[in-house]
Design a protein around this ligand. Structure first.
Ligand code: FAD
Length: 327
């Protein structure tokens, strides 16, 4: 059996978890999920979706301290579930949160963990290592590695697998369990939230269109034009790290190695040079449109379409053309 951590934010499923379930299904017919820190109502909804994707059971960790993201507590709860269920592997999404929670699990069990694997081959013989291909250095290097442990603990590289529903499947059976947590497990926890990115309810992770701005936008006020275009296209606003470091936009909107990894149908990169740490977050986009004054900008190597020009002229022109088309 393969156990998959079903990650969520206050009950909102991280869609990368469904990709991790699909990756698990390719390795075993017996896949079960585990959700930590979700309400009963949210867990029932999650059981439906993970069941549709092929997980037969959803284990739900219930504890008064588990009300929001608490990575060390997740590690402890997972370790106790592993002890009880004895899975062949524990997988999670290769997101910062998935990596962090499984790192806690691996530390508690004193086992290795392979982060951000694009290929996983599970050993079926004791003593023979598992083999994985891992993305390193912002996915600029693919490393083939062996994992020497009976239990494989690994995260699935974001967007390396498509989430595939299983036709005819039904909701996963919910099984509650009560982990026993130490006070120290709850020291790292969410104290507050700010800087939500989605004005129209579209988040970076699920946006089909992202209009992203970099240093070339020139300042926080310049993003009004990007917001208008994103709104017209039913999309979300993203940005580079220069922008979040300058405080022009919240970190929740940062795309890249240390931000969110995205894969929209359309990614418009305006005033972004194309540093490898930014490309690591957007290169899975289906179509990339670049707007840049510099015809030599590195990001042009990733562009499907490029407009060489000043974004402060190009974006309003695009916006008015779309408005005209929409009548
Ligand atoms: C460990 C580490 C992690 C990192 N993580 C991330 C990350 O997650 N995400 C990320 O984005 N970066 C990340 N970075 C930073 C990254 O290396 C770059 O510094 C950053 O992406 C550059 O941002 P930028 O493209 O907005 O700015 P710049 O590189 O300064 O590029 C600005 C671009 O705007 C163009 N331009 C200027 N004016 C206009 C105009 N009027 N119209 C059109 N184009 C214009 C310029 O030609 C230029 O190409 C990380 C760096 C490190 C070391």
């Amino acid at each position: 059996m393969i156990l998959v951590l079903v990650d969520h934010d206050l009950g909102e499923l991280d869609p990368l978890s469904l990709r991790a379930i699909t990756a698990a299904r390719k390795l075993s017919a017996d896949v079960q999920g585990v959700v930590i820190g979700a309400t009963s109502e949210a867990s029932s909804k999650l059981a439906y979706v993970v069941g549709e994707h092929g997980a037969s059971v959803l284990h739900v960790a219930q504890h008064e301290g588990l009300t929001d993201y608490t990575p060390a507590a997740s590690g402890r709860a997972l370790a106790q579930l592993v002890e009880k269920l004895k899975p062949e592997a524990v997988l999670a999404a290769g997101s910062p949160r998935g990596n962090e929670q499984l790192a806690h699990l691996a530390t508690l069990l004193d086992l290795p963990m392979a982060a951000e694997c694009s290929v996983i081959s599970l050993s079926k013989s004791p003593g023979v290592p598992h083999s994985v291909t891992r993305a390193r250095w912002a996915a600029n290097l693919l490393e083939e590695a062996f994992v020497h442990s009976d239990l494989l603990i690994a995260t699935v590289l974001a967007f390396s697998v498509e989430a595939e529903p299983v036709p005819g499947s039904s909701a996963a059976t919910v099984e509650n369990f009560q982990p026993s947590l130490e006070p120290s497990d709850l020291i790292v926890r969410v104290m507050g939230r700010g800087g939500e990115s989605s004005k129209g309810g579209v988040t970076l992770a699920d946006a089909k269109v992202i209009v992203s701005g970099g240093r070339g936008v020139g300042g926080p006020e310049g993003f009004a034009q990007l917001e208008e275009l994103a709104g017209l296209l039913g999309g979300a606003v993203g940005c580079s790290r220069v922008v979040t470091s300058a405080g022009w936009r919240p970190h929740a909107e940062q795309v890249g190695q240390t931000g969110t990894k995205v894969a929209p149908d359309l990614y418009i990169a305006a005033g972004i040079s194309g540093a490898m740490q930014h490309i690591a977050g957007c290169k899975n986009s289906k179509t990339i449109v670049v707007i840049n004054t510099d015809p030599e900008a590195p990001i042009l190597a990733y562009a499907d379409y490029a407009i060489i020009g000043d974004l402060h002229k190009v974006i309003p022109a695009l916006t008015s053309a779309i408005k005209e088309m929409k009548g």
